[in-house]
Ligand binder design. Sequence first.
Ligand SMILES: Nc1ncnc2c1ncn2[C@@H]1O[C@H](COP(=O)(O)OP(=O)(O)OP(=O)(O)O)[C@@H](O)[C@H]1O
Ligand SMILES: Nc1nc2c(ncn2[C@@H]2O[C@H](COP(=O)(O)O)[C@@H](O)[C@H]2O)c(=O)[nH]1
Length: 206
Amino acid sequence: MIEEKGILFILSGPSGVGKGTVRKKLFEEASELQYSISMTTRDMRPGEVDGVDYFYKSVEEFEKLIEENQLLEYAKYVSNYYGTPRKYVEETLEKGQDVFLEIEVQGALQVKENFPEGVFIFLFPPSLEELKNRIVNRGTESQELVVNRLKEARKEIEMMDAYDYVVVNDRVEHAVDRVKAIIKSEHLKRERVAKQYKKILEDELK
Ligand SMILES: Nc1ncnc2c1ncn2[C@@H]1O[C@H](COP(=O)(O)OP(=O)(O)OP(=O)(O)O)[C@@H](O)[C@H]1O
Ligand SMILES: Nc1nc2c(ncn2[C@@H]2O[C@H](COP(=O)(O)O)[C@@H](O)[C@H]2O)c(=O)[nH]1
């Protein structure tokens, strides 16, 4: 029998484009996906909960995780560390469940090296002006950090070609529908490939 592993979906894109907003809405509608909660050294924002939004770590704790190879990928993004716990992702995929990562671009490119079979989705803003408005209006970052995140955004957009899909986040519901269509289509694609393998094996055993 062919072992059916889960699919790793990676949603990425510049800060403020709406990754978190799209992911939260998607999870209200797609209960079969498992979200991998990241580790970070950044300060908790008002309303955030440890173990729900992130696992909040000190720099020393985070660097120990790096040393122990416990992270599937990590990046230093605008002076804080962010990373994906390796064990949770690998064990969940082995169980045949799909895992969903919401991470920035340097990390997504590292995942691509280790998991080229992952499905990489780049969330794109309707315009750079709108991207700026979204970060500023969210009101979570100082002016200096907004400037740094926008600088990073320009570099991140240049890496868009490395992704399998680009989804424009014009309206949240439309972006969510597009991501749902990608998930469905990837499942259909893999079912078809699995059937083809099964047929080849059966023919060989005849
Ligand atoms: N389609 C949309 N139209 C208008 N506003 C949006 C849309 N999507 C998200 N937003 C708003 O933009 C702001 C940034 O969204 P969000 O925090 O989800 O972005 P993000 O990509 O996860 O950012 P970060 O990478 O910094 O965590 C939020 O205030 C959110 O409500
Ligand atoms: N490389 C990784 N990037 C991550 C991870 N978790 C979140 N992120 C991304 O970091 C930036 C900033 O996040 P914020 O919560 O401070 O606004 C954003 O692009 C996130 O998607 C991770 O595990 N690895």
